[in-house]
Design a binder for this molecule. Structure first.
Ligand code: NAG
Ligand code: NAG
Ligand code: NAG
Ligand code: NAG
Ligand code: NAG
Length: 339
């Protein structure tokens, strides 16, 4: 599998400036941010238009969603298609993934399409569609859905897919037991999707968050391995706040270097700074970074870290209630673009 090449060949790794949705898990928004959010929403609402349909034809009409007919949504969500497609070439295959595909809402004809996947494993991708990056958004504590000025389909044709079989509205026999199985299902579905919407030759981008950090690279890798740009012109990958391995390795090992790098945001006093550096060293994290977090990797990373190291590390945030920027070390973004 080529996932490790993809994940470590990163173009950019950046901490995210904001929590991953407005009110995700009930977090409060700062007033200033909330004000600018309202202004840009007003502007978007005042100026938004709905582009003409571009994918509607005899193959797609059975999937067409009436953009003004969605219960509780009192505006036109634009051109979209939703339904089931099987995960193989067998037309009688009853194992099917559920999708909701939104055309580029600004009317762009660019031949590119983005797949969005939420995490889990087994998390509905409609969490993303309805509360994160979809064209309409229904947030916690609000009365009704509103148009989302930051909808990703304003930039690119975007499809939210429920996968693997067993997730969300997807249906069939639950058989996937590995990331390779998950990728095979998605690829089987994808071929049918491309044929249905005549997306042959489109550049394909994959994005996801949380546990999607584990399976997006496998899906991308499987697409590259197909060597078939008609259906699988895998052109870029974005994984956001991703799970890419052992929690201790991906969060804890990098916490103190992250705090050092952002010391202007986290001006710890000398004694506290010394304490966390001592922990970083005594937990073996410093050695781990030197040995394993290099490119190319020297070999497989140890598959676990001992309980002692885990509990030592947990003392840091538990005892000192670190300011939120350190918490945000947990929200990195990884972007890979095909050279
Ligand atoms: C879409 O839904 C609206 C609201 O229910 C309805 O008035 C309209 O006729 C529907 N359009 C089509 C093409 O079905
Ligand atoms: C419908 O799909 C078939 C098979 O992919 C294709 O040959 C045909 O051109 C498509 N029709 C339209 C109207 O795009
Ligand atoms: C991939 O496609 C290229 C160009 O057609 C070809 O040269 C190469 O042998 C193919 N590789 C595989 C693994 O099929
Ligand atoms: C240093 O910072 C830590 C953590 O914020 C705090 O508990 C401690 O009281 C501070 N020590 C001094 C001398 O200010
Ligand atoms: C975890 O690592 C320790 C020591 O490196 C080893 O003894 C133990 O068997 C490992 N546990 C698992 C579940 O791999």
């Amino acid at each position: 599998m080529r996932g490790s090449t993809i994940v470590t060949g990163l173009l950019s790794v950046a901490a995210v400036a904001e929590a991953r949705s407005w009110q995700h898990v009930g977090k409060k928004q700062h007033n200033k941010a909330a004000r600018s959010e309202v202004n840009s929403l007003d502007h978007y609402l005042a100026t938004r238009t709905v582009a003409a349909d571009r994918f509607l034809n005899s193959n797609t009409t059975k999937f067409a969603v009436n953009g003004t007919g969605i219960p509780d949504v009192d505006f036109d969500v634009g051109e979209s298609y939703s339904g089931y497609l099987p995960i193989s070439d067998d037309p009688d295959d009853t194992n099917e993934l559920f999708f909701w595909f939104f055309a580029n809402s600004e009317g762009s004809d660019a031949k590119e399409v983005l797949i969005w996947l939420n995490g889990g494993p087994g998390c509905s991708s409609f969490e993303g569609l309805l509360q994160e990056n979809g064209p309409f958004s229904w947030q916690y504590g609000t009365l009704k859905p509103v148009p989302n000025p930051w909808a990703w389909n304003r930039l690119i044709n975007t499809v939210w897919i429920e996968q693997p079989v067993g997730t969300g509205f997807s249906r069939g026999e639950v058989t996937a037991t590995s990331e390779e199985d998950v990728a095979a299902q998605l690829l089987g579905f994808w071929k049918n999707f491309v044929e249905t919407f005549s997306l042959q030759g489109y550049k394909v981008y994959i994005a996801g968050e949380s546990y999607a950090g584990a399976y997006c690279p496998y899906i991308a890798s499987a697409m590259l391995d197909k060597n078939d740009t008609t259906y699988y012109d895998m052109s870029g990958l974005l994984i956001y706040d991703p799970v890419i391995g052992n929690d201790i390795v991906q969060d804890a090992v990098t916490t103190v270097p992250y705090a050092d790098f952002h010391r202007n945001l986290m001006p710890f006093n000398e004694s506290f700074s010394k304490e966390i550096h001592d922990l970083h060293n005594s937990c073996g994290f410093a050695d781990y970074i030197d040995k394993y977090l290099t490119y190319p990797p020297p070999g497989p990373q140890p598959s676990n870290y001992s309980d002692t190291r885990q509990s030592l590390l947990r003392r840091v945030p538990d005892r000192h209630d670190l300011p939120s920027p350190l918490g945000r070390a947990r929200f990195p973004r990884y972007l890979w673009l095909r050279p």
